[in-house]
Design a protein around this ligand. Structure first.
Ligand code: AMP
Length: 416
């Protein structure tokens, strides 16, 4: 049985082919800069040469088609026929309250993904294009949606409700949804395995720190609270997003600075975060660290704000769970920046958290512990494996049978 995982974004498609033995990757491919100058294809199948070439690709459908052709091309691929693919798993960012677990995608599910276009305008449209492209490329395969919001479906009402008039929740579905769920779920499970405990026995705080950043309280293997909210703008400071903000600031910008609605949206999503704080030129953490090391005070301040926000959330989630067994760092920054990990957890000895300086500096692509041996709270670095997580969830759907999965569509939860 082969499973393909498709992650279709606004200008890229990532494609991974998993083999019949659980977890074995047979091929990976990406198409980047779709519809722009210099569209680039990368493809690598097991036992074949790595391919990199410029291609003429206008949309997601063409990207999925060219990647699947490479999969069966005798020169580049590893399958004899696309019919060897049993299922295609799709990362879909917003599943709202209705698509709250992995689900076989049929016309009704596609309609709901479309319904949530307004809630995730940058993500759900290309995700749906990816599904339709895979339906065309793999007509015999089962299409399965894996939703980034679904892991957070267990967050209780007191944590997902905003203190707004109730009808805004009832009618407009304004609530905390949370994102990066596939990653938080993957690393929380991997951390439990690393610690040698069942997920049910552990309270974890998972910090996904990449271009987008979010932090989740995971109690007993389930999401209890998370920092991203109605949209992926809330919570931690990110590369270009502001995270938590007094909502009155948006009103002030419109009333006193004459900014339009879309200018405010642009400012909060694309010009804030590390980019805004460091003076409008740098959003990549590595550049900001370099600038700080050369004495740039704005860069130092940006890192201070970034790390303080993480620390504040860790304190909040320790209180929400009544204590924590381990704090887990993942994604580009979380996996690669000892500086950020140490800074975010500095001064927390009295809360039982001590990072070991030398362990923290060590590099590895495997899960590892970076806390001091006598630290009651363990601190871990766990590389996120989102594609594997999606493939694993697709397997679970296939094993459970699609009828069970479809039932939940009629049982949308949490309606107050
Ligand atoms: P992601 O969205 O998970 O790909 O993460 C992107 C972020 O990770 C960017 O801010 C990068 O600067 C950061 N990052 C990637 N590699 C490193 C590294 N070796 N050291 C520090 N930050 C890194």
């Amino acid at each position: 049985m082969h499973i393909i995982v498709v992650n279709a974004g606004s200008s890229s498609v990532k494609f991974t082919c998993f083999g019949p033995t659980a977890g074995s990757i047979m091929a990976t491919g990406t198409v980047e800069r779709i519809g722009r100058n210099g569209t680039l294809l990368h493809f690598k199948a097991a036992g074949r040469e790595f391919i990199e070439k410029q291609v003429n690709i206008e949309n997601t459908a063409e990207a999925v088609a060219i990647l699947s052709r490479h999969l069966v091309d005798p020169q580049t691929g590893c399958l004899n026929s696309l019919e060897e693919v049993h299922a295609v798993g799709h990362r879909v960012v917003h599943g709202g309250e209705k698509l709250n677990q992995p689900m076989v995608v049929d016309a009704a599910v596609k309609e709901i993904i479309r319904e949530y276009f307004d809630l995730a305008p940058l993500h759900n449209p290309p995700n749906l294009e990816g599904i339709e492209a895979a339906e065309a490329a793999f007509p015999k395969a089962i299409q399965v949606g894996i939703f980034d919001t679904a892991f957070h479906n267990t967050i209780p009402a007191h944590a997902f409700m905003y203190a707004l008039p109730l009808n805004l929740y009832r009618e407009d579905k304004i609530r905390r949804y949370g994102f990066h769920g596939i990653s938080h779920q993957n690393v929380s499970r991997a951390a439990s395995e690393f610690l040698g405990h069942a997920p049910e026995e552990l309270n974890l705080i998972t910090c996904h720190l990449g271009n987008g950043c979010s932090i989740t309280a995971v109690r007993g293997g389930r999401s209890l609270d998370t920092s991203m909210g109605f949209t992926p703008l809330e919570g931690l400071v990110m590369g270009t997003r502001c995270g938590d903000l007094d909502p009155a600031i948006a009103l002030y910008l419109m009333e006193h600075k004459g900014l339009t609605l879309s200018q405010v949206g642009d400012l909060l999503n694309k010009k804030s975060g590390l980019l805004g704080l460091s003076g409008g030129k740098l959003s990549d953490l590595r550049d900001i660290v370099d600038a700080m090391e050369q004495g740039d005070d704005r860069a130092r301040n940006a890192l201070d704000v970034f790390c303080y926000r993480i620390k504040k959330y860790i304190g909040a989630y320790m209180a929400a769970m009544g204590g924590v067994d381990a704090i887990v760092f993942t994604a580009g920054i979380g996996e690669n920046s000892p500086l950020i990990r140490e800074k975010a957890l500095s001064g927390l000895r009295r809360l039982g958290i001590t990072v070991d300086h030398d362990r923290n500096q060590a590099r590895s692509s495997k899960p590892r512990e970076i806390s001091a041996p006598d630290s009651p709270v363990k601190v871990l670095v766990v590389p996120t494996r989102e594609e594997r997580e999606i493939a694993g969830q697709v397997m679970a759907v296939l094993e459970a049978g699609s009828s069970k999965m479809r039932k939940s569509l009629t049982n949308a939860p949490f309606i107050l």
